[in-house]
Design a protein around this ligand. Structure first.
Ligand SMILES: Cc1cc2nc3c(=O)[nH]c(=O)nc-3n(C[C@H](O)[C@H](O)[C@H](O)COP(=O)(O)O)c2cc1C
Length: 196
């Protein structure tokens, strides 16, 4: 698969097989993230490659508790409303039970933190597609990046005082008949282009 093909056929995967991802593939993917551009070449992203089921379970529990404690209001972003609703029912699994999650943090006092992290996430999702793995951008740990219980737990995993999480990416083998991720090229309906 060439680069353009990998970009054009990357689609989000939200259903994963309960199969671990090979460490070698995780290393290749996180390297693709590490080679993404960063503002001023500061390379201050911090990648947590998590495939330990106990750690993933704990993150799912902490995310669910944090959302369950929030007030469900109609004026909230739809996706956030959904997270709160499902958490209050006790059925919210923010990472779609993916066997691996790469959490990306950056310096909290740095203006390009989210931009740097998003560049890394896109690189990793394209690399995952090339390696026949499904992936999905996961924003919940960013929304909850000041939640004290989550912060404390992430700090126990190595998050520094000066860092916060700005995105994560769920990874795994897609639960499809073929075992390959969905690669339908969905026609663009937005993202206007003006040539001048
Ligand atoms: C900044 C950003 C945040 C996103 N957050 C989530 C998320 O938390 N959960 C999720 O399932 N998908 C998330 N997505 C994935 C989008 O929903 C998805 O990319 C979009 O619907 C287009 O579908 P495609 O990825 O299959 O092309 C996010 C994407 C971006 C760029």
């Amino acid at each position: 698969m060439n680069t353009l093909e990998a970009i054009l056929t990357r689609r989000s995967t939200r259903k994963f097989k309960a199969l671990p991802v090979e460490l070698e593939k995780l290393q290749t993917i996180v390297d693709a993230g590490r080679y993404a551009p960063t503002g001023g070449n500061c390379q201050s992203n911090h990648f947590f490659v998590i495939s330990n089921p106990e750690v993933l379970k704990k993150l799912v529990e902490l995310v669910q508790s944090a959302f369950a404690a929030m007030e469900l209001r109609e004026d909230l972003y739809k996706s956030l409303q959904n997270s709160i609703r499902l958490s209050q029912k006790g059925t919210y699994v923010f990472n779609y039970n993916a066997p691996a999650l790469i959490v990306v943090a950056s310096q909290k006092e740095y203006g390009n933190n989210m931009a740097d992290v998003a560049c890394a996430v896109e690189n990793m999702m394209i690399a995952a597609n090339e390696l026949d793995l499904g992936s999905c951008y996961i924003n919940q740990l960013k929304w909850l990046n000041e939640d004290s219980a989550l912060l404390k737990y992430l700090q126990s995993l190595g998050l520094k005082e000066s860092e916060r999480v700005y995105a994560s990416v769920a990874l795994g083998y897609a639960d499809t008949e073929s075992g390959f991720p969905n690669r339908n090229q969905s026609p663009r309906v937005g993202n206007e282009v003006t040539f001048v």
